[in-house]
Design a protein around this ligand. Structure first.
Ligand SMILES: [Zn+2]
Length: 78
């Protein structure tokens, strides 16, 4: 048994000397990306929840005020 500190990989829960591998607490680059992906997908869910409200606000604006595509109702594409 070596004296190097062991840690638990936050993605796959394997224990080992992951800090030696250069991926922080993760056992591999793959697990590091899995954890990053989790954060990104949570952010995506949050912005999806906000999006209908944003469109509602745009819908109350008079025609021709859409910056992206003037004259087009963004709700039509949903
Ligand atoms: Zn892992």
């Amino acid at each position: 048994m070596k004296g190097a500190p062991t840690s638990t990989c936050p993605s796959c829960r394997k224990r080992g000397e992951w800090f030696e591998g250069g991926y922080g607490p993760f056992c591999s680059k793959r697990c590091q990306w899995i954890d990053l992906g989790k954060w990104f997908s949570e952010e995506m869910i949050i912005s999806d929840d906000l999006r209908p409200d944003l469109f509602k606000g745009y819908g109350e604006l008079p025609q021709g005020t859409y910056l992206d595509d003037p004259g087009q109702d963004p709700l039509e594409g949903l």
